[in-house]
Design a protein around this ligand. Sequence first.
Ligand SMILES: Cc1ncc(COP(=O)(O)O)c(C=O)c1O
Length: 404
Amino acid sequence: MKRYIFGVLLAVTVLTLTGCTKSSGFDKLDQWTESWKKGQQTYFGYPCNQQSALHDFYEWYVGTGLDRVNLNNAGDPMTDHPWSMSTQAFEREVIEFFTPLYGFDKDDVWGIVTYSGTDGNNHGIYFGANDLMNRTGQLPIVYVSDEAHYSNMRLCDLQHLDVRLIKSDAMGRMIPEELEASLDTTRPALIVYAMGSTFKGAIDDIEALNAVLAKHPSMETYRHVDAALFGGYLPFTEHQRMVSSKEMHFESIAISGHKFFGIDSPSGLFLCTRKVYDNQNNFNVTYLNGNMKMISCSRDAVQPLKFWWLIQKVGYDQWSKQANQMLDCTAYLEQELKKIGWPCWRNEYSNTVFFRRPSPELCSLYNLALGYDEAFGGELAHLVVMQHVTKEKIDGFVKRLTND
Ligand SMILES: Cc1ncc(COP(=O)(O)O)c(C=O)c1O
């Protein structure tokens, strides 16, 4: 009964806040809309910013009649070409905005707005393998931690690359000694660093791992950073150097757009050095006026516009505020869980807390993501503190946990 009243109150609050009760004219669709609105408020298990700032973007978009224009970003946003029904001028500005934040030089960068973090990793692994092949005549071995996101393993499988899964420590960071022991120095090394492993929120110690690679100067290397979630907020904190190519010496990085940035559907960023881009295989496409080095031909033209819009409307200062609030609330969550004696753990720089798994009802109510690790007593769940997870909501969660 309590849960029912809670649900009704939430629904009323959401409807009041959004002011949206418009019917689609289809019952099934209306019911579905109501159900996700309720769920959104207690959606704590996955790293999506549920406070998308795109409402006025949609008003503008429909208002101008752009919803009736077929846009397509086919082609390279960093190269001029004749196809004009695109938003590549804005895409280029998005990449320019993020270039210094990820520690690239504006004269030595190439990038695109991707379909997702996975699409960015696909480019990182594909570009890395090509770069190493063209430098050495040999395909690389890919080294990635056993806690990294599965997309990296899937993409190596897709690209038929040899992979070595490197053991991570209990908190989820790749163990440098394990990397050292696994290296085959007769072949080039493509290493994927996890900048926020998916379940435990671990950041691979890039400096220590780079030091391992540096012991083998004759082995050619390429370093890609999978920073799907953490690459969103870290540039706006005092820990910016963690995602800086200048400081951490990586060749490429992939970030999701729908996580920290709150783009309302999958999207992302991929940036790499110009040298890497220039060392890709050429497939000359005359009608697009250039060498098309990215994987997809047609590319979404609306996502770059949304990114561009958010840069203008939210921008550096607001993102800094949000990023610091998230880390502050994460520390608060950890503190409150410890206060009630609920076993919990958190990595440095992380907005993810993992803890002993609560009841299935609570996991379902808060949409918690589930994990399992004997080293932490077996069944676990995690909560990702995004912009919509405030201290008040954390209090509500901890109170329910106490009664669980
Ligand atoms: C570390 C990491 N890499 C990659 C991905 C995949 O990103 P996307 O869902 O944007 O494809 C995720 C998704 O959760 C992730 O956590």
